[in-house]
Design a protein around this ligand. Structure first.
Ligand SMILES: [Zn+2]
Length: 446
């Protein structure tokens, strides 16, 4: 059965004219290289990619000319600092000038806009294949192959409205069933549990918040911490949002499965993924990652802002894309044997940094932990309106202590240097259009 589904998977890829099979083979080949060889391959790809963009793509012709650079000026990751970072606004304003003249055909989707205005994504068949191949590769690290039954819990209006009948038939044939993370009513969640029991997927893929919401519901409804441990799930692949340690424990216990976190985004593809030894490996053969502060690289171990050069797709080339996340290189080698460098995400979106009254920056986690550590909090949103005012919305359930508000306010006041903290209890917190939840928002740091 698995074999048939695997064949169906590759058949559909070929039918759609996507080079997924070739890209996946190349990726898996690169993986066996030593660390130095891998860096050399990554630099070679970067140099060719930048030169092509600088010669053939109108937007990049302009940027290189304005920076006084020849098209072959970028030969390694260190040279990238000579180019300015690329913002979402730059991409929006450049429009079709950022497409390669031979690029496309493009499938157009939108980002959820969790860092501001949404961005239209132009996915060439190559870009789609690179993303899919990256997924195949990291699943392999966990012993999962294409065709192994999978349940996908994803959000987004896009997925919900365009997943037509043909898509559904294809999904059945390749053994991958997609459920929207939207509108997860109790009834919807129970149906999902039924599906999980009958399908027994080896792996589940989804938004961290959607999976955690599902797990909490199951525990409450069935009165057991291991409510879904009998469904045969081996690995839960989480994505799109920060996975806090408490979320990981919740998911592991509820499903009796391991949790593997991935880092990426709709516009930038799959950038890094956790291995079974628990470290996040950066895919430097498709994404050149710089970790910078004020556009200059920071030393290993120090956190900074991520800039991505997506060498996997020349149709719509991104050089030094400011994705809005923070990370650090750990400099460690990993016991799993992979030579892809180890990166540690240091939290959510850069725009979710909070600002103390004295002007100092506080990581979003500084506000998240005091709330997550309070029992009975189901969901929350911290909204820094100004240096003087922080509003906290809480969805609480039984078990929330009577002095909870007081304790949370006092800890947030300490963390943020004494602003007024207003707490309101609300029946629910709206999801973003993408189906994700945002937990920390600041009008000051943006
Ligand atoms: Zn590893």
């Amino acid at each position: 059965m698995g074999m048939l589904r695997r064949q169906a998977f590759w058949f559909f890829e070929a039918l759609r004219g996507r080079p997924t099979s070739r890209v996946a083979r190349e990726m898996c080949g690169t993986e066996t290289l030593g660390a130095d060889e891998l860096r050399a391959v990554s630099d070679r790809r970067l140099a060719a990619f930048c030169e092509r963009a600088a010669r053939e793509v109108p937007y990049w012709q302009r940027v290189f000319a304005e920076a006084g650079l020849e098209p072959d000026a970028i030969q390694s990751a260190e040279d990238l600092v000579r180019l300015p970072p690329l913002t979402k606004r730059d991409i929006r304003e450049a429009g079709a000038d950022m497409f390669h003249p031979k690029g496309g055909p493009f499938r157009i989707t939108e980002t959820g806009g969790s860092t501001g205005q949404p961005l239209q994504i132009h996915e060439s068949p190559l870009r789609q294949s690179v993303s899919l191949a990256a997924r195949i590769r990291s699943r392999r690290w966990w012993g999962i192959k294409p065709g192994d039954p999978e349940l996908v819990l994803f959000g987004g209006n896009m997925e919900r409205t365009t997943r037509g009948l043909l898509h559904k038939i294809k999904d059945e044939l390749i053994g991958s069933i997609t459920y929207p993370a939207f509108g997860m009513t109790e009834e919807h969640l129970e149906k999902l549990l039924g599906r999980l029991r009958s399908m027994r997927p080896r792996h589940v893929f989804g938004y961290t918040s959607a999976l955690c919401g599902f797990a909490r519901h199951l525990r409450k409804r069935h009165g057991r911490d291991d409510a879904a441990a009998d469904c045969g799930v081996e690995v839960l692949f989480t994505t799109s949002e920060m996975l806090l340690p408490a979320d990981r424990v919740l998911l592991e216990e509820t499903f009796g499965a391991r949790v593997a976190d991935g880092y990426g985004s709709k516009e930038a593809g799959f950038v890094a993924h956790e291995c079974p030894a628990g470290r996040m490996h950066a895919r430097i053969d498709t994404h050149i990652i710089e970790i910078v502060r004020d556009s200059r690289p920071v030393p290993d171990g120090e956190p900074g802002e991520i800039l991505l050069t997506y060498v996997g797709d020349w149709h719509w080339p991104f050089l030094r894309y400011q994705i809005g996340d923070a990370a650090r290189w750990t400099g460690e080698s990993c016991t799993c044997g992979l030579q892809l460098p180890v990166i540690a995400m240091t939290g959510g979106r850069i725009t979710d940094l909070l600002v103390r009254r004295d002007g100092g920056l506080v990581h979003g986690l500084g506000a998240i932990y005091p709330i997550r550590e309070t029992p009975g909090v189901e969901r929350f949103l911290v909204h820094q309106k100004s240096l003087e005012l922080v509003e906290v919305s809480l969805v609480v359930e039984s078990g929330y202590p009577s002095d909870g508000d007081e304790k949370i306010s006092s800890r947030l006041r300490d963390t943020l240097g004494g602003p007024e903290v207003r707490i309101q209890h609300v029946p629910e917190i709206a999801q973003l259009a993408s189906g994700k939840y945002r937990v920390v928002r600041s009008d000051v740091s943006r």
